[in-house]
Ligand binder design. Sequence first.
Ligand code: MD6
Ligand code: FE
Length: 222
Amino acid sequence: MGEAPYTPDLFGRADCMAPWNETVTEGVVHLHHYALAKERELAAAIKSVIHVSPLRHMVTPGGFRMSVSTSSCGQAGWITDGAGYRYSSRDPLTGKAWPEMPALFMQLAQSAANEAGYPDFLPDSCLINRYRPGTKMSLHQDKDERNLGQPIVSISLGLPAIFQFGGDERSDKTQRIALMHGDVFVWGGVSRLKYHGILPLKEGSHPIFGANRFNLTFRRAR
Ligand code: MD6
Ligand code: FE
């Protein structure tokens, strides 16, 4: 193999930060660094959404306060309360429609899906999850969407996290995948209903996002 020269590009980004794609398993593609070039625009767009529909800790149907805080944008937002998990066209906190999905969100989600082999992805929902150090997401399936034929696009920003990717049963063995700032995970097809979760976040501070990890998940809810 030839020697790879270290060549920062015009913007001072090193070759090691160039995007590259990894197939994790059937239907699941890890687009490393895919969203990195838009990190500041994404931070601004998140800020504008949560200014209108603030992050909040929702409560599971079983009565547990989630450790992640969440908001949404788009036509439908994922919510949970004593009545169950579901999508709602209104934000229960404000009583109003969720903020419109920023154009950049839609563009990135669709281009990432296309890159991963899902050319017809048309999301109507973007869930914003904020994790602080210590925050986790227990193993779960994403099955509240009407059309399970559409994939899910997930963008990770800020502090890194360890993603657990399992099987069809909660008790199945899981593999651990590091999700770094700017990584995009796309999954669908036969893997659409696999169990997955996030291990408790480590302490740290990111230059743009501070002591937080933001995860944007794009879905076709209806
Ligand atoms: C997270 N993600 O990355 C949690 N679900 O913080 C998810 O639960 C998830 O990344 C479905 C598809 C992609 C995901
Ligand atoms: Fe999920």
